[in-house]
Design a protein. Structure first.
Length: 569
């Protein structure tokens, strides 16, 4: 398994594992466990699955990642965006609550795991680069808004349906007369408390000079606290008897051994979604891992992360879970709590297992509205509408990709949104590179540097014209280059030498090579010689494998200064 490099990441850190590492990892695991349990229950609800599926997805996958993964800080498990994508994908093949729905979620996790492992085997981590930052940022922002909107039905106690903002809005409006006041009160109080804990500590720190550590711990433990308090309130106030929706019976015991479905029709229906979930989950996980690794002066191998995430998703498929990924909030907590090795993830899994085996009866009285409030607070950090302003100021093309991704995700669904964003990004890239930046340059007086004649005062020669190309040459921009050169040549009646300056040209494909041959022939007919300067080694190697250099009317110069001096002599 050379592609996974190394095969078992655990072997690189287990040899030096000692009591000090165990102590730090235990503290980190305890902190993350407190945070993970309410999140796993809430995200399972978001995915349309029973709450125990979230617990199951937080046990075996964490152990698998600890063995195969490369980051000591990345906390793998259920996350909001992947849970939303799971609900959208599985909702096309089964209805929530049906046996086939859970089986489809297992199959989705299996397909995601296999795809990630295949990518890791063939070292295809670079494929994730096709998901640009504007698309990822826009998709995550839109997903956060969709998730928050989707939880309104639980806060209001309404059986609303819909996968898009419009569908949810229409459904909620039609059911507005049936709002459950008790659910609104319980969910609203929970949301108010969580908002206070999220934004209150900075004010308290400033006013009373409290210690940062305890305040941070309070903020991280707030979801677990509100879960415990709400369960006690439901039990002692008999809120279920008053009609408050609760989680209900949750099976106790370890995760079951499950088998994903291998029906060709089911696999075909879920494969496209599995590709998107794998890519989105991988990009987010690697970004998180790299951010935290920088603080530890570690190096993250993307192909190793593919192996770790692939193993984690396969583990979820065979233990009653659903697709998992790295979560930023949990990973940051894991890092700040002092995790030394991936064993912290395995210890977290042990904590969740203990809860699953002995404490799930307590979850029966957990209000669904409280879980909805927990989800809404968790996704608050995903929404970054300010990114639209930054994109508009920096690049209108990137703004377009981000805005389209947000709009289509909200209006048409998560899969349509991200696919459209990727396609638009590629179209904009092709358009941008089809009209590469070029500049007529001249020599800076007293030096050997050449700069744009429109920006600097430079020396030129009436018989020489130099065009610098700031882009690789390929099929999309080959004809543009031809037109640009012909236009310049037609405006210079004394021209005898045309120099194509290529310091930024990293490649020339066959379409561009054919254009260079045509340019060379047409300029020769006009009595103008074509020269090249500052051609990079790999580009020159490819040109030598063609007949272009043999027919070139001019010369290839090592530097633009050499070309100018030689031709102007």
């Amino acid at each position: 398994m050379a592609g996974l490099s190394p095969d078992l990441r655990v072997l690189t850190w287990v040899r030096g594992y000692d009591r000090a590492c165990l102590g730090h990892d235990l503290i980190a695991a305890l902190t993350v466990t407190v945070m993970l349990i309410p999140q796993s229950l809430a995200y399972a609800l978001l995915a349309g699955l029973p709450p125990q599926a979230g617990l199951y997805a937080s046990i075996a996958p964490l152990v698998a990642y600890a063995i195969f993964g490369g980051s000591r800080s990345l906390a793998v498990g259920p996350v909001a965006v992947v849970s939303l994508m799971t609900a959208a994908a599985v909702g096309h093949v089964a209805e929530a609550g049906e046996i086939g729905y859970a089986a489809a979620a297992l199959t989705l996790a299996f397909l995601s795991g296999v795809l990630l492992l295949i990518m890791g085997w063939f070292r295809l981590g670079f494929i994730a680069n096709f998901l640009s930052y504007p698309v990822i940022s826009g998709f995550i922002t839109a997903s956060g808004l969709l998730i928050a909107a989707g939880q309104l039905k639980h806060l209001l106690g309404l059986p609303a349906e819909g996968q898009t903002l419009v569908e949810l809005g229409v459904s909620l409006w039609r059911l507005r007369a049936d709002v459950d006041g008790l659910a609104v009160m319980v969910g609203g109080l929970s949301l108010f408390f969580l908002l206070g804990v999220r934004f209150g500590p900075p004010l308290l720190l400033h006013r009373f000079g409290l210690a940062q550590g305890p305040m941070d711990l309070l903020a991280k433990a707030a979801p677990a606290f509100i879960v415990i308090v709400s369960i006690i309130a439901v039990k002692h106030l008999d809120l279920t008897g008053r009609g408050l929706a609760v989680v209900g019976e949750t099976p106790s015991g370890p995760p079951p051994f499950t088998l994903p479905g291998f029906d060709p029709g089911l696999i075909g229906a879920l494969l496209g979604s599995a590709v998107l979930i794998s890519m989105i989950g991988f990009v987010e996980s690697v970004s998180i891992a790299r951010t935290l690794a920088t603080k530890n002066r570690e190096r993250i191998n993307p192909d190793q992360e593919l192996a770790g995430l692939g193993a984690a998703n396969l583990a979820a498929a065979f233990s009653g879970g659903y697709p998992v990924s790295g979560g930023f909030a949990r990973s940051a907590v894991n890092h700040n709590a002092g995790a030394r090795t991936p064993a912290a993830g395995g210890l977290t899994a042990l904590g969740v297992l203990i809860v699953t085996m002995f404490f799930t009866p307590l979850i029966r009285d957990l209000p669904v509205a409280v879980l909805a409030a927990t989800i809404m607070m968790a996704v608050l950090s995903l929404v970054d509408l300010g990114a639209l302003n930054r994109a508009w100021a920096y690049s209108k093309a990137d703004f377009s990709a981000m805005a389209v991704t947000i709009a289509l995700t909200l209006l048409l669904g998560v899969e349509t949104g991200v696919i459209s964003g990727v396609i638009l990004s590629l179209v904009l890239f092709l358009y941008r590179t089809s009209r590469p930046h070029t500049a007529v340059v001249g020599r800076v007086e007293g030096g050997e540097h050449f700069r744009n004649v429109e920006r600097h005062t430079v020396i030129t020669h009436p018989h020489i014209l130099t065009l610098r190309v700031d882009e690789s040459l390929y099929f999309a921009n080959a004809r543009y280059l031809e037109d640009r050169i012909y236009a310049l040549a037609s405006q210079a009646p004394q021209l005898r030498h045309f120099i194509l300056m290529c310091p930024a040209v990293n490649g020339i494909d066959m379409s561009a090579l054919a254009s260079l041959e045509a340019i060379n022939a047409r300029l020769a007919d006009a009595g103008i010689k074509l020269h090249l300067s500052e051609v990079k080694g790999p580009v020159m190697d490819r040109l030598k494998r063609s007949h272009f250099l043999e027919s070139l009317t001019g010369s290839v110069f090592l530097s633009q200064h050499e070309a100018f001096e030689s031709l102007s002599a």
